[in-house]
Design a protein around this ligand. Structure first.
Ligand code: AHR
Length: 321
């Protein structure tokens, strides 16, 4: 059945008012008609990343901005190809969540030459900073340090640690390792016995933990996972090995997703350092400022907290991811 619309003409004053409001909104950078933003996303390897995509999608919709989302399925080449496609489509701005630190400079140069501003979210890049407008991300080095701090404060004597690393070459994998290593370097009782990359994925975290457990004959006191998904996989592996995560083996991780909160409340995860994926509002604020010709800070650091059994229950109902 066809929809029926009332056959009435708008009174003239109302029509002018509508036109005026439209112009005001356009001038404020809100709901710009025909304004298109390209978002090059890494993939959907973790609950965190899915939440980040949703945050950006939701914010674009809220502001009436058309979003072209390109999911690269964990492939750097696919991300670079997406940037080229955005260039060809003549989008108004690009949001880039880069998988690795390197490999983006040539494509970024082309976007800069076409005067298409790039807002980098979540992970940093190794490139000329003039090629992007701003980087909106957490301090990954500090996250690693804080995970180490927690372990130091809650253990005594020798601690043999298994480390589950994120995707090789990615900013969080490099910096979370650096921060943790720097902090435990001053503490001879803390020793990483094995570091394995599990690419931020739950099944790979489980597999890696099974292999480490076997290789070390179970001689592991703590797991440091670069994200919650890998920690949740490790928890499964520890349980299947007949041990109690959170008691026999302490597990600390980064992200603080709802899954991590539930694991903390079940006593299986010891600590989750927060890393917020809710970057949509800040990314579009930056884009709108750029459209208005206003300055944008080169580095916007997302403020994160640390959760464990002492504060997780109070925060759980507020978690948005
Ligand atoms: O870049 C942020 C990291 O990437 C998150 O910690 C992880 O869960 C994601 O896949």
């Amino acid at each position: 059945m066809r929809a029926r619309f009332p056959n009435v003409l708008l009174p003239l004053p109302l029509l002018f008012l509508g036109l005026f409001l439209g112009l005001v909104l356009e001038a404020c950078g809100r709901a710009p008609k025909g304004f298109v933003v390209g978002f090059s996303q890494i993939g959907a390897e973790s609950a965190w990343r899915v939440a980040e995509t949703e945050s950006i999608r939701e914010e674009a919709a809220k502001r009436g901005i058309e979003l072209k989302l390109a999911d690269a399925g964990q492939k750097l080449e696919a991300q670079v190809a997406a940037l080229h496609a955005f260039l060809a489509q003549g989008v108004g701005a690009v949001i880039l969540a880069p998988q690795r630190k390197d490999g983006f400079e040539p494509a970024l140069r082309e976007l800069a030459a076409a005067r298409i501003p790039v807002v980098v979210v979540d992970r940093g890049l190794d490139c000329d900073p003039a090629l992007y407008a701003t980087l909106i991300a957490s301090d990954f080095t500090d996250e690693g340090r804080r995970a180490a701090e927690w372990l130091l404060a809650h253990t005594q004597g020798e601690v043999r640690i298994a480390e589950l690393e994120g995707t090789a070459g990615s900013d969080p994998a490099i910096e979370r390792k650096r921060g943790f290593d720097e902090r435990i370097a001053k503490e001879p009782r803390m020793r990483i016995v094995k570091s394995v990359s599990a690419e931020f994925q739950l099944p790979k975290g489980k597999e890696a933990m099974e292999a480490i457990w076997k290789a070390e004959g179970g001689g592991i006191d703590a797991v440091y996972a670069h994200n919650d998904d890998m920690a949740l996989g490790a928890i499964q592996a520890i349980e299947e090995a007949g041990k109690k995560p959170g008691a026999d083996v302490l597990v600390v991780s980064i992200d603080a997703t709802r899954g991590a909160f539930d694991a903390i409340l079940a006593g299986k995860l010891s600590c989750a350092v927060e890393c917020s994926p809710l970057l949509g509002p800040a990314a579009f604020d930056a884009i709108e400022r750029l459209r208005r010709g206003e300055p944008v800070e080169k580095r916007i650091v997302v403020q994160d907290r640390v959760f464990d059994a002492t504060n997780a229950a109070a925060e759980r109902p507020n978690r948005k991811y």
